[in-house]
Ligand binder design. Structure first.
Ligand code: MCN
Ligand code: CUN
Length: 798
């Protein structure tokens, strides 16, 4: 799949001034965003459009005896009130989750988490719908809830899923990976073993734009158009069709501008199904748009893993084995959004960047009376949890052995010549140079200086302690291959369709969908690079299933690894056709036509003055096409990647911990990333900044909390704290380039790396500040009171 000239090399070619690979082209989409011309789902208004408001349960676990909708129907402007019974008449009372569980669209019998959907009011405007919703009377019989996975697995725990015949308790599944026996042996024989328990708390992606849709059934065409906050429009079309029974060619999903997804917009939610059903029944467009608290309390959460980590090592810090055991809270339904064949996502990449002999992991998942979800939030399918586990454990081991955490990493890294590398849990890493990235980060951070300063502060019994944290993470992104990765049975390939117009500009359509990542710019850059066109002359379209080629969508940082590859391959097909047209025009044999990446021109070998530009060739393709060719200049590619890509990086965080208040200040925040060949350094920088901010949110403040009654006490922005510009330090970014050997342009994904890589670096830094007093772990989120408690436990408080 490699190009004859080895593909683009941003270091060498640097975009050729046409906006190709490696140029920091300004984002084309920003013109409309910064001038208020974006078009989000909630901006869509259709004639005769109705509004949907959902009635939600105040209880976490309750049987519904009766729903009285009569008073709601009396409200002026209320058009319909829907309950499970009404949906059942259309066989829409339940819907499948992405993990093959069955979720109530509206509660049929028993509420299983607080704020679950109980009824829907459809009205002429949103305020009337809200008034109507307040008048729906529901008679609940409150039941005992279970909130934590640990409690849910107790023998006497109330049974949550009593509607399922084969479900006798709250246990969902057990899963394990690796060689248990070999790992146990390594542990028995080891000089040193360490273990630590750590929680990756429940988080929410909390995109600025909440989830919603505008559904529009056209009885004249028997066709439904759904404007949807969707990260995966085609997959959603297939699922919509399967759930509703409307044939797929009569379903059009349009994902317009999306105000952030971060994984939250991968699943299908009951509100979508209700709005679609209402539109079909009432034959009018229906809008449903969540409020903030509905979004946080009911849509796909992330993490909620209780993990035990263990390492076995030699006295000089060579890691021999990794062991982990996890208790996973999946909420009331198994609605995890990840490839079907991976019950714990890609958590089993928990050996990280290290060459270890043996590894074993086990996991138990449980139902609880909390919102369903799992995986969403900039995580590459639970690599966040895996990276947190291994990077925290390496720090624990370094402390045990009194070794420098940079040195211990260096001793264990998979070496550049070991790639492609097969890990103890079966992953096939494509390429990496971990030490190079770490060295660069250490140098940028002035590591030795801060170690010295740390010592000095301890000696002087200073009020503020210094802590230095490192994380040398490996990510895995770019699912497929289709044979091992699918979403609800659909293989995870992706696609690109390039059409060059007679006047030499082009439209690229892709199967992935931007939510802010800048695809309208970066995907045009790939075409610019591969066809010698100017980036300004390429329009990128996506998000409309009626016109775009089928794709699996944007999540798991897969757009560049998969659709980016499809784009490059499609562009090269166009180039091949362009060559044959050029041969005809220039009256030369096709083998004698060369394409020059630098000038972007096609010329006869040995005669550079006999050349044509892509614009000239496009004109020929339509106006003067050779008899031997089909007219036109276009190509399609459906790309099934041979492997995933493995971006990596080293982050170094220096913190100052206030012994009096427990407050943590970031002194330095250095992030060195390697995502292979870089398409747009400015976009990458933006991705890194945003993801590091979310990593800080994770480590310092974000947490979806519940009380013992299952009340969500972290379900709004007063209680679910997001970092703002005030909490974000100055990030210092750097990079190395280790191309992916199997990707057509050598690129790896990058969108999730900073959120995956940074939380352990931050926690390691805070722990490091107290390590001299024996602290080995501080739980996230590291709020000042929690840090102060840890200081007090270590006798360091002031
Ligand atoms: N890029 C590049 N060179 C590379 C790799 C990537 O220039 N070698 C560019 C890409 O062209 C793209 C951007 O960086 O414009 C991110 O690319 P990629 O890593 O392929 O990730 P995706 O486009 O598939 O985005 C998904 C990823 C995920 S899974 C989450 S979650 C997340 C993230 O992106 N959600 C985001 N970043 C986000 N950024 C914004 N603004 N909004 C979200 O919802
Ligand atoms: Cu895991 S969140 Mo992103 O894959 O959409």
């Amino acid at each position: 799949q490699h190009d004859e000239d080895g593909g683009p090399d941003p270091e060498k070619h640097c975009g050729h001034g046409r906006g190709g690979m490696g140029e920091g082209v300004k984002r084309k989409e920003d013109k409309r965003f910064i001038t208020g011309r974006g078009n989000y789902v909630d901006d869509i208004k259709k004639p005769g459009m109705l509004h949907c408001e959902i009635v939600r349960s105040p209880h976490a676990h309750a049987r519904i005896n009766e729903i009285d909708t009569s008073r709601a129907m009396e409200v002026d402007g209320v058009v319909a009130v829907l309950t499970a019974e009404d949906l059942a008449a259309h066989e829409l009372a339940t819907m499948p989750t992405l993990m093959d569980d069955t979720q109530d669209v509206l509660v049929n019998d028993k509420v299983k988490f607080q704020s679950q959907e109980v009824a829907a009011v459809i009205a002429e405007d949103r305020y009337v719908a809200k008034d109507g919703a307040e008048k729906v009377a529901v008679d609940y019989e409150v039941l005992d809830p279970v909130v934590t996975a640990e409690d849910a697995l107790e023998a006497d725990a109330p049974l949550i899923r009593d509607e399922l015949d084969d479900q006798e308790d709250n246990h969902i599944f057990d899963w394990d990976v690796g060689d248990k026996e070999a790992t146990d042996k390594v542990f028995e024989a080891a000089d040193v073993t360490v273990s630590e328990q750590m929680e990756y708390q429940r988080l929410h992606p909390a995109p600025i734009e909440t989830c919603g849709c505008v559904t529009d059934w056209d009885p004249g065409k028997d066709k439904i158009t759904v404007h949807l906050t969707s990260q995966a429009p085609h997959a959603h079309r297939t699922l919509f069709s399967q759930v509703s029974g409307i044939p797929e060619h009569k379903v059009r999903i349009v994902s317009p501008d999306i105000g952030g997804g971060f994984g939250n917009k991968v699943p299908i939610y009951p509100g979508y199904v209700v709005a679609a059903a209402a539109s079909v029944v009432l034959e009018r467009p229906v809008k449903w748009m969540e409020e903030r608290s509905e979004n946080i309390q009911t849509t796909g959460f992330a993490r909620d893993y209780d993990m035990t980590g263990e390492l076995a090592a030699t006295e000089d810090g060579i890691i021999k084995g990794v062991r982990t055991d996890v208790l996973a809270n999946h909420g009331a339904y198994n609605a995890v959004a990840q490839p079907s064949k991976f019950p714990a996502g890609f958590f089993n990449i928990f050996t990280g960047s290290y060459d270890v002999e043996a590894a074993y992991g086990s996991l138990t998942a449980a139902f609880t009376n909390t919102a369903p979800g799992g995986v969403a939030y900039r995580c590459s399918f639970r690599v966040t949890e895996a990276v947190y586990l291994i990077e925290r454990m390496v720090k624990v081991l370094a402390q045990e052995l009194d070794m420098d955490p940079a040195e211990i990493r260096r001793r264990n890294f998979i070496q550049p010549e070991q790639f492609p590398y097969e890990s103890a849990t079966g992953w096939n890493y494509d390429s990496g140079d971990y030490e190079k990235a770490l060295d660069k980060a250490l140098e940028m951070a002035d590591y030795d200086h801060y170690r010295e300063e740390q010592r000095r502060r301890i000696e002087n019994d200073a009020d503020k302690l210094i802590g230095i944290g490192i994380s040398s993470f490996t990510e895995v992104v770019g699912a497929g291959p289709g044979k091992s990765c699918d979403i609800a049975g659909i293989e995870m390939f992706d696609s690109a369709d390039i059409r060059v117009n007679p006047t030499g500009n082009a439209v690229l359509r892709v199967g992935v969908q931007t939510q802010g990542q800048g695809h309208e710019t970066t995907f045009a850059q790939i075409v610019a690079e591969e066809l010698g066109m100017d980036v300004e002359n390429i329009t990128v379209e996506h998000g409309d299933t009626d016109t775009d080629p089928y794709g699996l969508g944007t999540y798991g940082s897969r757009s560049t690894p998969v659709a980016g590859a499809a784009t490059a391959v499609a562009a090269r097909k166009v180039r091949d056709k362009a060559k044959s047209i050029a041969a005809n025009e220039l009256e030369a044999a096709e083998e004698d036509i060369e394409w020059d990446r630098g000038s972007g021109e096609f010329h006869v070998a040995g005669a550079p003055d006999r050349s044509l530009t892509i614009t000239e060739i496009a004109a020929s393709a339509y106006m003067n096409h050779p008899g031997s060719e089909e007219p036109g200049l276009e190509a399609v590619n459906y790309y099934d990647p041979p492997e995933m890509t493995y971006p990596f990086g080293s982050y170094i965080v220096v913190v100052e911990v206030d012994r009096e208040t427990g407050e943590v200040d970031f002194e330095r925040f250095v992030a060195v990333d390697d995502c292979g060949n870089r398409i747009n350094p400015m976009v990458i920088e933006g991705q890194i900044h945003g993801g590091l901010a979310q990593g800080i949110g994770t480590a310092m403040m974000e947490h979806v909390t519940y009380d013992e009654n299952g009340n969500c006490t972290g379900g709004d922005f007063m209680n679910y704290l997001l970092p703002t510009a005030n909490e974000i330090p100055n990030f210092e970014t750097g990079y190395t380039v280790t191309p992916s050997p199997h990707h057509p342009i050598g690129a790896k994904g990058v969108g999730e790396s900073p959120t995956v890589g940074s939380p352990p670096a931050i926690v390691n830094a805070v722990v490091d500040a107290m390590a001299h007093a024996g602290t080995t772990h501080v739980e996230m989120p590291m709020t000042p009171d929690r840090v102060w408690e840890n200081l007090a436990e270590a006798g360091l408080e002031r």
